[in-house]
Design a protein around this ligand. Structure first.
Ligand code: UD2
Length: 308
């Protein structure tokens, strides 16, 4: 039975990993400072997992958390482009220094492999589609810089210290337990929450902006594959997405159909710093990790809406 540490464990993606790994019989240590995570996301599991309230920037807490662990899944972050623009220094600590601290704690503890939640933000405004991992990163926002710099630290720890690392570049991830309440929340969570209550959502721009919306089950699968993949996967960066893009207008229509919603969206000017289109080439993850899209955009939406 493997012993795993998940940071950001009380958050959206982290809690999905906790649930899946616990169900697989792993010994799960969940780590979160509860700044944005919520213990309710781990409800029903508290007697089956170990929970540590701690911060990824804290040397003592991270050393203690990594002790005796085989695999680390580092999901803790402030995952917001606009927040990083509003507070570059405040977000650098959790997003970059926290990653370095986790890597240091992991190698000191002799962890076998370190899997990291990287981001499609690395591609920035490069108009070339689909996004391939061999494109030169063009991070624009402080958030993107923090995630790309974290990837570089991962590769450094792989080469210099021999710590096996895998960076998964998540594209727009959605699913239940995603917090819909803030202006920074993911667009689908926001649309679903508003439209379920009969309110019309806002679309920034003309609605033809597109994203590779990826259901969280695919992310969980990618993380499980990342620790099982052969050593040649180590040190690498992998897009985790569906390989298809969906416009905001299409997403609005799809949610309307399932909910029977009859309103229309409000259109406002584009949000500053938004990129126009994003879609991934997922062939590297398919070839090296054995990744497959297990839940399509439509299936993911239905899964999410059935719970509302
Ligand atoms: C996503 C990730 C971010 C980072 C980035 C990489 C989320 C929540 N954020 O940011 O962490 O990885 O990708 O580039 O997954 N929008 C509306 N109405 C709303 C809210 C948003 O029209 O009420 C638009 C928004 O202006 C943008 C699109 O929807 O054009 C997607 O916005 P988002 O915040 O869900 O995600 P994104 O792509 O900015």
């Amino acid at each position: 039975m493997s012993r795993v540490l998940i940071t950001g464990a009380a958050g959206f993606i982290g809690s999905h990993l906790v649930h899946s790994l616990a169900a697989e019989g792993a010994q799960v240590r969940a780590f979160d400072n509860l700044s944005s995570g919520n213990l309710e996301n781990l409800s029903g599991l508290r007697d089956r997992i170990e929970f540590i309230e701690g911060d990824v920037q804290d040397p003592d807490a991270t050393m203690a958390a990594c002790r005796g662990v085989d695999y680390v899944f580092h999901e803790a972050a402030i995952p917001s482009v606009p927040k990083s623009v509003a507070d570059p220094i405040g977000t650098d600590g959790p997003n970059l220094k926290g990653t370095l601290q986790m890597l240091e704690a992991a190698r000191t503890a002799g962890v076998k492999r370190f899997v990291f939640a990287a981001s499609s933000a690395a591609y920035g405004n490069n108009p070339e589609l689909p996004k391939r991992e061999d494109m030169i990163p063009e991070p624009v926002s402080p958030y993107a810089v923090q995630k790309v710099a974290s990837e570089l630290y991962m590769s450094s720890y792989a080469q210099v210290f021999g710590l096996e690392t895998v960076a998964l570049r998540y594209f727009n991830i959605f699913g239940d337990r995603q917090d819909p309440s803030s202006q920074y929340s993911g667009v689908l969570a926001r649309f679903i929450s508003l439209m379920s209550g009969g309110e019309c959502p806002t679309i920034f721009g003309d609605g033809e902006t597109s994203r590779d919306f990826t259901h969280v089950d695919n992310v969980v699968q990618a993380n499980l594959l990342a620790v099982r993949a052969p050593s040649k996967a180590s040190g690498g960066v992998y897009n985790i997405a569906t390989g298809h893009r969906v416009t905001l207008n299409q997403a609005f229509d799809a949610i309307s159909r399932v909910l029977g919603f009859e309103g229309r969206p409000n259109y406002l000017p584009e949000r500053e710093g938004d990129i126009r289109h994003s879609v991934a080439d997922i062939s590297r993850a398919q070839d090296v990790l054995g990744y497959r899209v297990s839940v399509s955009f439509e299936e993911g939406l239905e899964k999410m809406l059935r719970r509302d």
